[in-house]
Ligand binder design. Sequence first.
Ligand SMILES: [Zn+2]
Length: 316
Amino acid sequence: MKRQPVVIALDLGGTNVRMGVVDAVGSVRHSVSRPLGADRSVAGVTGEVARRGAELIDWCAGAGLHPEALCLAAPGIISAEDGTVIFSPNLPGWTDVPLRAMISEALGLPAILENDANAAAFGEFWKGGGQGTNHLVMFTLGTGVGGGIISDGILLRGSRGMAGELGHLTVVSENGRLCRCGSNGCLEAYASASAVAEILGERWTDDSPPPPTAREAYLLAAAGDSLCREVFREAGFYLGVAMADLVNVLNPEVIVIGGGAMDAWDLIIPVAESEMRSRAFRTTDLARRLCVRRATLGDLAGVVGVAGIYWCGVHP
Ligand SMILES: [Zn+2]
């Protein structure tokens, strides 16, 4: 009997490798998450990815499935075309690393490589909160702010794989907060979990207890703390400013929001939506027809997405 084809998908995060066995209709047949070891050198990470990939290949053999490709998602500036990691903030010292070829060779299967945020956006477009639409913008509000754009069903990568860096849209033009990208006033410097914690730390007047983390701030805000509520409201305001620009430039059908901030949805998103609707081109119904939806794939968005990029044949 012919074994059913699947792909092995690996999403290399800042601290974990999320892995899945995904079939051609997007069902995750098996998934597992493992901590990424301390050795972030090229040899260390590729060795670990190869070992994890081999474990999943073994799992497929036991389950009667046929792995036909490896689908890798990695953070940073990725050339999907060349299969290289050009630069990655989480992988210090990596420059122009041919990760696709290295893993493909190690495991004896064809491979594709994609930026992790682009993969997550494609996952939500293919099987998640943006399913059934053709024009999608996704924001992932986590430690940083990630993004991805699908326009007319096509994942926008740009000339060097850098399209969709929505966290670095300028939302404050003068005296903006310093962003870790080196610029000032980026969305990420206001709407990421690290920014929320940092801004609160600056405004926190009480020495004991120490300023809350973003997660604690959310609980305090939900319980009515006015300073915490204000910081989340500001995050929503700046997200709305960025969303309005994207609505005017890309005319999406849906904006999908994912990441840890989904817990704080009621504190951030209504503000963002109202700001977006008040700014986006008002003589048309661009913003009125648009809907803002929750991401539905959670931590598996990158795994499902990079598999989808393979199954839909949209890899370069
Ligand atoms: Zn930035």
